[in-house]
Ligand binder design. Structure first.
Ligand code: HEC
Length: 131
């Protein structure tokens, strides 16, 4: 039941965020994309404290700690795949985060360009030593 609720929340958030439309998203830089699509769960500065983060059993991770959790490395290709979600969902089944590779494509957005800008932004907000 709880799982269903969280899943619906993810779907609603994904759809609401994408009501911006492909054209609008295409003109956003990484920080604007992050604010629009990711901050509700991962927090305004990527610290994992977005307004809806408390509804998750496993809190959305701090995205400012991607590198710190991986021994200081930022594996861009792996992180891109995690956000995109199409590969990992095929391998592991459902997840709590919207499957951006599907949602962005469905909205007619340039998925690759958007993921590239998001990754640049995420790299720029890494905090050394953050768990
Ligand atoms: C509906 C809430 C929600 C939204 C919106 C969301 N995420 Fe997530 N995210 C999660 C959760 C929960 C996890 C933990 C894994 C899981 O359960 O799917 C996660 C995991 C991640 C991870 C893996 C972090 C790591 O260190 O392994 C990355 C990267 C990530 N999200 C990036 C993003 C980006 C970029 C966006 C915006 C395009 C975004 N997320 C939007 C909930 C969300």
């Amino acid at each position: 039941m709880r799982h269903l609720t969280v899943f619906s929340l993810a779907v609603v958030l994904g759809v609401a965020a994408l009501s911006a439309g492909a054209e609008e998203l295409g003109g956003y830089d990484g920080a604007q994309l992050y604010k629009r699509l990711c901050s509700s769960c991962h927090g305004p500065t990527g610290d994992g404290d977005g307004p809806v983060s408390a509804s998750f059993k496993a809190r959305p991770p701090a995205l400012s700690g991607i590198a710190a959790r991986r021994g200081g490395q930022f594996p861009a290709e792996r992180i891109r795949q995690l956000i995109d979600g199409r590969t990992s969902v095929a391998q592991h089944g459902a997840r709590d985060m919207p499957v951006w590779g599907v949602d962005l494509r469905a909205a007619g957005a340039d998925t690759d360009a958007i993921l590239t800008r998001l990754l640049e932004y995420l790299r720029s907000i890494q905090k050394p030593g953050r768990p």
